[in-house]
Design a protein around this ligand. Structure first.
Ligand code: PA5
Length: 305
């Protein structure tokens, strides 16, 4: 599958009916994963609040983990060192462990696993890795899935808006800064990581209202201020929208507001994610870099193994 086909595959992934098999009681959920797999835990945490959810993209698990913990290990390859390390620690604490992976050591080490299709970049398998969690705990209905599919399909048919953004970024040598807000703070982070991995550019992110207590200062008076482009997600929260407006008013910065032409929360989530998939894909092409190339990350993993 080439990278464009990987992007177009996302809409098929949202139709996944995979679910976690949970026949035990648990008090909390810990989700361990790195990079393109780790984002799953952060996205899920913003969508589910019935029980504590702790996403970890690091070595080590919280000391509270015990036999009342649902421990979900997400690794596309199944061979990611930090995630495997955390699975070993969770085993020692008798946590209920479930893995989501395309195979590797993780599938061997965790008996209860969901196997997702291989043959694409980990970050392109976001739907396959996230849907088992959404299907289990959020249970999006048919209408929600259809609306998500249609939103993604329409971008797959025409992403000229995102292509124009990529040209704008390249033409002005802009450094992208992405500002999210709940429940899409982690999506702002996903944008950053897509700029990093697909387009091989730096990008930064923060979120409202927190950024009103720090980033707001350089927004008005940073040096090299013209070198940044700011993307801000439209919000459903009036106070957040008011903050976005007032922040622009008092700093003089003109944000690029990313509108979501859908109402369903799952459709919004995937729309925002896919928007950056296309900007970063187009930016990679304009820069003449391969969006699938993660050779430096792989070299580092090899040296550490
Ligand atoms: O997108 C990528 O290729 C990376 O961010 C990987 O997801 C990250 O290195 C972790 O690997 P894996 O997803 O196989 O656990």
């Amino acid at each position: 599958m080439n990278f464009l086909d990987e992007l177009k595959n996302l809409k098929e992934q949202v139709k996944s009916e995979n679910k976690l098999n949970i026949d035990f009681d648990f008090d909390n959920i810990v989700i361990s994963g790195m990079g393109g797999s780790g984002i799953i835990g952060s996205i899920f945490q913003e969508f589910y609040s019935e029980k504590p959810v702790i996403p970890i993209s690091d070595y080590g698990i919280p000391s509270f983990v015990n036999d009342k913990t649902l421990f979900i290990a997400v690794s596309f390859s199944g061979n990611t060192e930090e995630t495997l390390n955390n699975v070993s620690e969770a085993k020692e604490k008798n946590a209920h462990i479930i893995a989501i992976t395309s195979g590797g050591k993780l599938a061997e080490e965790v008996e209860d696993h969901i196997i997702i299709p291989a043959g694409m970049q980990p970050r392109s398998a976001l739907g396959n890795m996230l849907m088992p969690l959404l299907n289990t705990f959020i249970k999006p209905g048919e209408e929600s899935i259809n609306s998500t599919y249609e939103a993604l399909d329409s971008m797959d048919r025409d992403h000229s808006e995102m292509k124009a953004e990529a040209f704008k970024i390249y033409g002005n040598s802009y450094i992208p800064v992405i500002y999210g807000s709940r429940p899409f703070k982690s999506v702002a982070y996903r944008w950053k990581t897509q700029f990093n991995e697909n387009a091989k550019t730096f990008a930064f992110y923060s979120y409202f209202p927190e950024l009103n207590h720090n980033d707001t200062m350089p927004l008005k008076s940073a040096y090299r201020r013209d070198e940044y482009i700011f993307y801000v997600f439209e919000s459903d929260n009036n106070r957040i929208n008011r903050r976005i407006a007032v922040t622009q008013e008092i700093t003089g910065e003109q944000f690029n507001i990313v509108h979501t032409p859908v109402t369903d929360p799952v459709a919004k989530l995937f729309y925002l994610i896919h928007y950056a998939d296309y900007i970063t894909y187009e930016l990679a092409l304009i820069r003449n870099v391969d969006p699938t190339d993660v050779s430096t990350i792989e070299e580092l993993k090899k040296k550490l193994s």
